[in-house]
Design a binder for this molecule. Structure first.
Ligand code: SAM
Ligand code: DTB
Ligand code: SF4
Length: 331
């Protein structure tokens, strides 16, 4: 008698995905794709739980980079004024408010090409102050050296956000001032310092489905899958090269979420930017397809996000609840 054929378990993380396999997932019938992603989601997570992160732009605008989607590049006329790095006290006060509003993670963003050592002490003070509130800490400050990554870890940084943004073949159409390899190097420094990575990208920049598969293929074949995987729907910014991009079809956005869940089964998959223009039904489909994280608060970095009451209503309608805070709050 023949031995029974053992099928590989689709919920087990793999790092040997081929681009063709990732593309094939995108091509599945919609219901089949969402069903498979929902199954994998349930293997690792409670599908009624959603992780809540809150962003703060601690240094806005005036960035020398040319990322074609970004409101904060000094190369484009977007109306965003450049400001200095905020004081640690003000950042910590905003984090306390975010925590009291229910956020579990606080992400500090700076419009920098790379972190300068002269800013490290102030940034470290923000991180340790936010951590002391009982929040998970995240920062996105541009490129890092291995030593800077170690210093941020020592200050109490849990996650570092650094996105690959798009697939490698489309990347040059979006950014020319830093390479794909630069981004991979920063991610390596973050991992080597013992921090968790938050890494994803943007859809709706004129890329093809193959480019979207290319991004997810890169993430799925990293030495460690990103612990957080944000999928941003482009917030079109007037004055930027990509400000007039055609919006991505909502069902294609759901496919992106579902494939992300399938290729990185244990990652937190976040509906990141773009919820402001998404219906309740679209967000519900994303949760069904394996999304389990959102940004809360009325602002992202420079653009709007659904506020507290809209998100309270969304979660109540869907009978979903915030994931427990990872660290217990000090009294
Ligand atoms: N300056 C740092 C950097 O680029 O590494 C950190 C901040 S940057 C704003 C963080 C990420 O936000 C970008 O890599 C991009 O993926 C996302 N992002 C920026 N502008 C966006 C937009 N208009 N719509 C959607 N996502 C956006
Ligand atoms: C991520 O992937 N998305 C966030 C966060 N990481 C830093 C940023 C979204 C920015 C949206 C446009 C803005 O508000 O300027
Ligand atoms: Fe600068 Fe970051 Fe915006 Fe690029 S995405 S222009 S690096 S702030």
């Amino acid at each position: 008698m023949n031995a029974p054929v053992r099928m590989p378990d689709p919920a087990q993380p793999r790092h040997d995905w081929t681009l063709a396999e990732v593309e094939a997932l995108f091509e599945l019938p919609f219901a089949e794709l969402v069903f498979r992603a929902a199954e994998v989601h349930r293997r690792w997570f409670d599908p009624a739980e959603v992780q809540l992160s809150q962003l703060l732009s601690v240094k806005t605008g005036g960035c020398p980079e040319d990322c074609g989607y970004c409101a904060q590049s000094q190369r484009f006329k977007t109306g965003v004024a450049a400001s200095k790095l905020m004081d640690a006290e003000a950042v910590i006060a905003a984090a306390r408010e975010a925590r009291d509003g229910g956020a579990q993670r606080f992400c500090m963003g700076a419009a920098w090409r790379d972190l300068k050592d002269r800013d490290l002490p102030k940034v470290a003070a923000m991180i340790s102050g936010v951590k002391a509130l009982g929040l998970e800490t995240c920062a996105t400050l541009g490129m890092l050296t291995p030593d800077q990554a170690k210093a941020l870890k020592a200050a109490g940084l849990d996650f570092y956000n650094h996105n690959l943004d798009t697939g490698p073949d489309y990347y040059d159409q979006v950014v020319t001032t830093r390479t794909y390899q630069d981004r991979l190097d920063t991610l390596e420094a973050v991992r080597d310092a013992g921090m968790s990575t938050c890494c994803g990208g943007i859809v709706g920049m004129g890329e093809t489905r193959r480019d979207r598969a290319g991004l997810l293929h890169q993430l799925a074949t990293l030495p460690a899958h990103p612990e957080s995987l944000p999928i941003n729907d482009l917030m079109p910014i007037a004055g930027t090269p990509l400000g007039g991009s055609q919006a991505v079809d909502p069902l294609e956005f759901v496919r992106m979420i579902a494939v992300a869940r399938l290729v990185c089964p244990k990652s937190m998959v976040r509906i990141a930017a773009g919820r402001e223009h998404m219906s309740k039904e679209l967000q519900a489909l994303c949760f069904l397809a394996g999304a389990n994280s959102i940004f809360v608060g009325a602002r992202l970095l420079t653009t709007d996000n659904p506020g507290r009451s809209a998100d309270d209503a969304l979660l109540a309608d869907l009978k979903m609840r915030p994931m427990g805070q990872a660290v217990s709050e000090p009294a």
